[in-house]
Every structure is written in structure tokens, then in C-alpha cells.
Design a binder for this molecule. Structure first.
Ligand SMILES: NC(=O)c1ccc[n+]([C@@H]2O[C@H](COP(=O)([O-])OP(=O)(O)OC[C@H]3O[C@@H](n4cnc5c(N)ncnc54)[C@H](O)[C@@H]3O)[C@@H](O)[C@H]2O)c1
Length: 340
């Protein structure tokens, strides 16, 4: 049995608590939150689990093997460091920390102590995303030309991070996983309309190796909840709508071919292809169930973290440069990734 604790019982923490609690080889020992009312509200569902408003009781408990940190981003580094220094494995929510320097320090600490770090990049564990990866790897879409992603809603406004740090980690982690690559260049524009100095809308452009472009629109200031990604490939096009309950992925046999032989401009023609639409079956499993089971398998030495500390660092390096680009009116930044 892996003995675990969760720090942070706000909006997201209870989802992690429910999933870790449901795993057969996990004993959830303790949960923590500064907010007593919140702690008691969540704790009532798990009467045998200890509750504390002081997370250091968890850090000091020698019985606990691994700790989940689901607190605001600004606290990930300080709490994460204490978890690792106490010799416990760390599951930290996305984004991994508030700077690449902090991520590197956590990774160094975990390597020194031979502990696992996993970052809560949920979309790497989402069955629809795994299906898209399978389709890309099978060559179903051909070469991917570009990806256009919209992740917008009204709120939830955050106070310690802007919309790029809040929402774009999902998309950057998903793209890095799908392309098995990291972007080489990032540029971004964004504005803060509601809270001064905290951007609530942003548009990021990432250039991946092989001339692939990914455009990401993130916003807390939109009338509709949209989570849509369009992948345009040389053979087919794919639309992933995460809000749709039944038809999350549609593969369109649509495209444009340049006719192979022409001698002069007058003969140049494009042929448009309007073929069938295919809706692949996507497994109906909660991503967090896969994600939490994977973390436990990593602790038990049965697997290596898919969303490792290195993966978390790569995402944060893109976020940092995207925000620098916003401050420089969209100036492109080249990314050089450091090992840690
Ligand atoms: N993977 C995902 O899909 C996903 C979705 C939403 C949020 N998140 C991430 O989860 C984390 C938490 O986000 P949220 O929306 O739940 O925030 P939240 O503000 O709703 O909850 C955070 C909780 O942490 C508690 N807290 C703060 N400092 C603490 C401390 N020192 N000790 C104990 N408790 C403390 C707060 O009281 C609060 O209840 C963030 O990193 C966020 O990016 C991930």
C-alpha cells in the first residue's frame, strides 16, 4: 500500500482526493487546507482520513510516502521542496512551479533523493488525446501542418497567475505529448482588461520542429465555454471538442491536392477533397483515474512518469517566454531547454 496525503482541497483538490482514495493500492492518510470550512466540507466524504489546517503535519509524518500538492501555483515550489526534503514522492498540479528555476531545483532535489515527481498535466492522460496521438502515429492525418486551439470561458479568474499560466499549460503539455517534441519559438500577445497587470486574454503562437505551427487562444473573458482543437494535416483534418460528451473527435477526409502535372500557370489547378467524416470511439474513462494510477505505478517502480518533472519544466519554460513576449508586444523568443 502507498500511503498518501493531499494538500489543497479547493476546486481541483477534491477530484484528486476522490481518485487517489479510489485506488486499491493507496491508503489516503491525510488531507490539508488552510481553510477549515473547506477542509471539513471535503473531509466529511472521507471520515477515516485525518484533516489538518497545517500541511507541515503531513510533511512531518514518517508514515506518508507521497504527497499531492493542489494549492495555488505560487505555493508549489515551497511546499514541493519541503515534501521532497522529507523524502516523499511529489505529485504537483500544473503548472509545476512559478519559474523554470524553481522547477530545476525541484528536479535536482528529486534526483538527489531518488524520488518521483509527477506534474498534473491531465491532458496527457485523456483518452481522446491518446486517441489523437494514435491517429497521428498511424499517419491517418499525414504530416501535421498546423494546430489551432481555443480554450476560453467566463472565468475562473485567478489572482496569483495570468491566463497563460492558468490555462495554456494544458495545451503546451498536450502538444508536446502529441508531437513528442518541444516548441522552438514562441510569441504571444495578451491584455489585462479586468484585473490590472494580470492578463485575462492571450494568443500564443508556437513553432515546433518541422514547420508545424500551433496557435493557442486562452481567455477568462468569453461568453462561451469552448475547448476545441483543430489539427490540419496533409491527408486529413481532425477536430477535438473536449466539451462534447459523445463525439469528442471528428476526422474529416478533407483537403486540397495540387494536380501533379502542369506546364504553365494557366494549367495550375487545385483539387478539393470533401470526403467522409469519421468519429472514432473514445474510451469513457476519467483522465484522473489513469493519471493517479500512473503516479502510483511510478512510485512502485512499475512505470516512469509520463508527465515528469522534466516535462513540467519544459512547459514552464514556454510559459515564461510567452509572458516575456507579451511584455515585448509579441516579439518571438527562441527556446533553449535546460536539462534538470
Ligand atoms: N489539472 C487540471 O485540470 C487542473 C484544473 C484546475 C486546477 N488545477 C491546478 O490545481 C491547483 C489548485 O487550483 P484550484 O483551482 O483548486 O485552486 P483553489 O484556490 O480553488 O484551491 C486551492 C486550495 O489550496 C488551499 N491552500 C492554499 N495554500 C495552502 C497551504 N499553504 N496549505 C494548505 N492549503 C492551502 C486554499 O485554501 C484552497 O482551498 C493549481 O495549480 C491549478 O492550476 C489543475
Amino acid at each position: 500500500m502507498v500511503k498518501m496525503a493531499v494538500i489543497g482541497c479547493g476546486y481541483w483538490g477534491p477530484n484528486l482526493i476522490r481518485n487517489f482514495h479510489g485506488l486499491p493500492d493507496v491508503e489516503l492518510k491525510s488531507i490539508a487546507d488552510l481553510d477549515r470550512a473547506r477542509l471539513d466540507h471535503v473531509g466529511k466524504l472521507y471520515p477515516h482520513v485525518q484533516r489538518t489546517t497545517d500541511y507541515r503535519e503531513i510533511i512531518a509524518n514518517p508514515e506518508i510516502d507521497a504527497v499531492v500538492v493542489a494549492t495555488p501555483v505560487s505555493t508549489h515550489f515551497s511546499i514541493g521542496r519541503e515534501v521532497l526534503e522529507a523524502g516523499k514522492h511529489l505529485f504537483v498540479e500544473k503548472p509545476m512551479a512559478a519559474s523554470s528555476e524553481q522547477c530545476r531545483l525541484l528536479n535536482d532535489l528529486a534526483a538527489d533523493r531518488e524520488l518521483q515527481i509527477m506534474v498534473g498535466h491531465t491532458f496527457c492522460f485523456t483518452p481522446a488525446v491518446r486517441k489523437i496521438r494514435e491517429l497521428i502515429q498511424m499517419g491517418e492525418l499525414g504530416d501535421i501542418f498546423y494546430v489551432d486551439i481555443t480554450r476560453v470561458n467566463l472565468g475562473l479568474f485567478q489572482q496569483d497567475v495570468n491566463v497563460v499560466w492558468d490555462l495554456a499549460p494544458h495545451d503546451i503539455a498536450m502538444l508536446n505529448y502529441l508531437f513528442e517534441a518541444t516548441p522552438e519559438v514562441v510569441s504571444a500577445t495578451g491584455r489585462s482588461y479586468v484585473q490590472q497587470g494580470i492578463e485575462d486574454v492571450a494568443f500564443l503562437t508556437l513553432e515546433y520542429p518541422g514547420r508545424q505551427i500551433a496557435h493557442i487562444h486562452v481567455s477568462w473573458l468569453d461568453p462561451n465555454k469552448i475547448r476545441k482543437s483543430t489539427f490540419v494535416g496533409s491527408r486529413k483534418m481532425l477536430v477535438y471538442d473536449d466539451v462534447s460528451s459523445l463525439e469528442k473527435i471528428r476526422v474529416y477526409d478533407k483537403g486540397v491536392d495540387v494536380l501533379p502535372h502542369y506546364d504553365n500557370f494557366g494549367e495550375f489547378q487545385l483539387s478539393y477533397r470533401f470526403g467522409d467524416i469519421f468519429i472514432p470511439r473514445v474510451e469513457q474513462v476519467e483522465p484522473l483515474k489513469i493519471e493517479t494510477a500512473h503516479f502510483v505505478a511510478c512510485i512502485q517502480g512499475r512505470d516512469l512518469p509520463l508527465s515528469s518533472g522534466q516535462h513540467g519544466l519544459q512547459v514552464v519554460e514556454v510559459l515564461e517566454k510567452a509572458c516575456l513576449s507579451i511584455r515585448q508586444d509579441g516579439q518571438p523568443y527562441h527556446l533553449e531547454y535546460s536539462e534538470a
